[in-house]
Design a protein around this ligand. Structure first.
Ligand code: NAD
Length: 445
């Protein structure tokens, strides 16, 4: 098929490239001229394992093209995907300005029947808004062209996006038009060679809702476990053992029940808020979802609080080594990363920070911690330790899992670790003479 993907960010670039890899001809469109120029040369703007090689291969095969010009590409197109950002608006709802701008452009330029797919995460009712926007432009042009708007939310995870897209747990297609559903089924069938059961079709509104519910459910699991961790600590239990104890129940399972420093990233925080807002707009107070958010906001600062309890309210003259800045491993994404909040809290109290992250240091230095004085960036995890008073682990990158603890002890002023991701065994830490603070278990319990 001939596909156009509008918006070449994480979702647009990964989807477009994977569709091309599967034999379709894809044009990825973006308003960011520099991004498109770089992509034409095979330079990708994000860190995502395996993506650059796949982009380059498909550019060479001429199955993947990049452009800033949408109108040239709609004529030959079977399906146009909208994959632009839907950031959090001032009132917490999803801001649809980019989505509706794209809808307007489609209405302005389309010349033949088209399926328009909302791949961006958008609140229930957005497909109707996209449809009305396109229709209005067609009427202004005095033309009558058939089109259908389909909802096809994306479930990929940053850091494992190629795998998620090429071998999805499920693909959700929401459409009120049978022919559009069949066309989407044809497009996605090659991704499901073993079983088509995971290609789930439904009405548009249910599909739009499914994405928010999936993210809210995952965020709920995280906040639930973090709340349990905080209670464990107070009552003298070990959340690491409790986690294993409950995960063994197949109704609960082990995934997404790790305690930590809270969720971040570009999706969970904004999608949880947007779902709460949607409920509010319909006169429903979503108490559980509000609590998920509240627990997460508190959790982001639990590690900073432990540092303050250990070193005092005034941190002037103290230096901390930070291992990990990204909101999770295998990505350079720092949107809503707990590290931002923790570092701000420590710096405000006068501390100096020596930070290292395998991929996210540029993002931190140039955007998220740009104006933050007292933060220096180091070439390696060990470089952060020189003259530091403690190490604080905030992202569970593999390279942090089994460091040279003897080196750590030699470099640090005092052998102290604050672990925001419970990566180490506290008994072994004590044996090594390291003062080890983690989430959900009291020191030397
Ligand atoms: P992003 O910010 O990385 O990319 C969005 C892109 O759209 C940018 O490159 C921007 O320049 C471009 N854009 C904006 N207006 C445009 C226009 N009028 N025409 C063409 N391009 C335009 O965003 P993202 O992370 O890819 O997210 C996109 C959507 O997918 C969001 O709704 C998000 O919630 C959802 N989503 C994201 C993820 C994820 O892990 N990042 C996963 C699933 C769903």
């Amino acid at each position: 098929m001939n596909l156009t993907v509008i918006g070449t960010g994480y979702v647009g670039l990964v989807s477009g490239t994977c569709f091309a890899e599967m034999g379709n001809t894809v044009t990825c469109i973006d308003v960011d001229t520099k991004k498109i120029e770089n992509l034409k040369g095979g330079i990708i703007p994000i860190y995502e394992p395996g993506l650059e090689a796949m982009v380059r291969r498909n550019i060479e095969n001429k199955t993947l093209r990049f452009s800033t010009n949408l109108n040239n590409h709609l004529q030959k197109c079977d399906i146009a995907f909208i994959a632009v950002g839907t950031p959090m608006g001032d009132d917490g709802s999803a801001d649809l300005k980019y989505v509706l701008q794209v809808a307007k452009e489609i209405g302005l330029h389309m010349t033949n029947p088209l399926i328009i797919v909302d791949k961006s995460t958008v609140p229930v009712g957005t497909a109707d808004k996209v449809s009305a926007t396109i229709q209005k432009e067609l009427e202004k042009r005095n033309v009558d062209i058939e089109f259908h708007v389909v909802s096809n939310p994306e479930f990929l995870k940053e850091g494992d996006a190629i795998n998620d897209f090429m071998k999805p747990d499920r693909v959700v297609i929401g459409s009120d038009d049978q022919k559009s559903t069949e066309k989407m089924r044809t497009l996605y069938s090659p991704f499901f060679r073993s079983s088509q059961d995971r290609l789930i079709t439904m009405d548009v509104r249910s599909a739009e809702m499914t994405k928010y519910v999936a993210n809210a459910m995952l965020a709920t699991k995280i906040s639930f476990m973090n709340e349990i961790a905080n209670i464990c600590e107070l009552v003298g239990a070990d959340v690491n053992k409790v986690r294993i104890g409950i995960g063994s129940d197949s109704r609960i399972g082990y995934s997404f029940i790790y305690p930590g420093s809270g969720y971040g990233g570009s999706c969970f925080p904004k999608d949880v808020k947007a779902l709460k807002k949607t409920a509010e707009e319909h006169g429903y107070k979503a108490s559980l979802i509000s609590s998920v958010e509240e627990v997460n906001d508190r959790q982001k600062l639990v590690i900073a609080q432990k540092v303050i309890t250990r070193f005092g309210e005034d941190l002037k003259g103290k230096t901390f080594a930070i291992w990990g800045l990204a909101f999770k491993p295998e990505t350079d994404d720092m949107r809503e990363a707990p590290a931002i909040y923790i570092i701000k809290e420590l710096v405000q109290r006068g501390a100096k920070i020596q930070a290292y992250d395998p991929k996210a240091m540029k993002e931190a230095e140039h955007f998220y911690l740009k104006d933050m004085k007292g933060v220096t960036y180091c070439k390696s995890k060990y470089d952060t330790l020189k003259n530091a008073d403690a190490m604080i682990l905030l992202t569970e990158w593999k390279e942090f899992r089994s460091p040279d603890f003897e080196e750590l002890k030699v470099q640090l002023n005092t052998p102290i670790i604050f672990d925001g991701r419970n990566q180490y065994n506290d008994v072994l830490m004590t044996e090594r003479g390291i003062e080890y603070y983690q989430i959900g278990k009291k020191l030397n319990n």
